[in-house]
Write a protein that binds this ligand. Structure first.
Ligand SMILES: N[C@H](CCC[C@H](N)C(=O)O)C(=O)O
Length: 291
């Protein structure tokens, strides 16, 4: 649907970047192609996900999440922190609620500029991930990939943290070029709704190194929901405790998988890059950066 001028804020969470569009004042619906055009790093704003803010009757804001390929998804951890910070500043509050397709999240701004989002409770049932068939143990499922050099990766953990994740535990994440096989795993038939693919390496019982190929976006500098899914997998498989630091290329995300209610608390920074307006008419997009 064509719309005239729409304001956006370019933000990121540890380099995982977003164009945050505000549809609360003037309603519009983005098509997948329009979202993809906005995400295009050559001709659009350039971002991993396009976030659309809409009014909510259940929370302070509704956050719609569209990947760079135009697919609409239920959760985005890094964007939840960015939207939390944005709405908290608008309302002059330290705590705000964000409605998403996967549920209502609670975001809290802490004094040192960090934002903590309660990402809810992970789900592990094969139908919850979802998987195409039952798996006896979702801590390690029967998926394997043989790389061009003959090495085999197999037995990933899977979890749904508002979106589907598969985590392969390896001795050295830097020994693999995830960009060359992440897409094949994202589209493996075991994942009927595709999946976000991670390589994780235990540094110690409180620290994990993580590289992510995101569903619908490819390699990103950071992925908040992958950090959540990886922390949960690490605890479930006895690799770490329930509070870990996840080290991503873009920086560190702190995760606490709270013991008394299984909620996942994710803490990290947010960054404002610039603002601007978009104009989309007859399929052509123009971006005017204003700050
Ligand atoms: N690519 C994800 C959505 C964005 C998640 C990521 N940017 C995050 O911070 O959680 C998916 O298709 O499920």
């Amino acid at each position: 649907m064509a719309f005239s001028h729409i304001s956006f804020k370019k933000m990121n969470g540890l380099g995982n970047d977003f164009a945050v569009l505000d549809a609360r004042a003037n309603d519009f619906q983005l098509t997948a192609d329009e979202a993809s055009a906005i995400a295009n790093r050559e001709t659009g704003v350039g971002c991993d996900q396009v976030i659309v803010l809409e009014p909510s009757s259940r929370a302070d804001v509704f956050m719609r999440i569209l990947n760079a390929d135009g697919s609409e998804v239920g959760a985005c951890g890094n964007a939840s922190r960015c939207v939390g910070a944005l709405v908290a500043a608008e309302l002059g509050r330290e705590r705000v609620t964000i409605e998403t397709a996967a549920g209502v999240l609670d975001a809290r701004i802490s004094g040192d500029g960090l934002v903590t989002v309660d990402m809810g409770v992970p789900r592990f049932g094969w139908r919850d991930i979802p998987l195409a068939k039952e798996e006896p143990d979702t801590r390690a499922i029967s998926l394997a990939i043989t790389l061009p050099d003959g090495r085999v990766l197999e037995g990933p953990s899977v979890a749904n943290v508002g979106n589907p994740h598969a985590i392969f535990w390896v001795a050295d994440v830097d020994a693999y070029d995830l960009a060359t096989f992440g897409g094949a795993l994202e589209y493996d038939p075991i994942f009927p709704e595709r999946a976000n693919i991670s390589l994780a390496e235990v540094i110690d019982d409180q620290t994990v190194k993580l590289r992510v190929w995101e569903r619908g976006a490819g390699i990103t500098q950071a992925c908040g929901t992958a950090a959540c899914a990886t922390a949960v997998s690490a605890a479930r498989t006895g690799r770490t405790g329930r509070s870990v630091e996840i080290r991503l290329p873009g920086g560190v995300i702190g995760i606490e998988w709270r013991a008394d209610d299984d909620h996942i608390l994710m803490t990290g920074p947010v960054a404002h890059e610039f603002e601007g307006t978009l104009t989309l008419s007859g399929g052509s997009l123009t971006v005017a950066r204003e700050s």
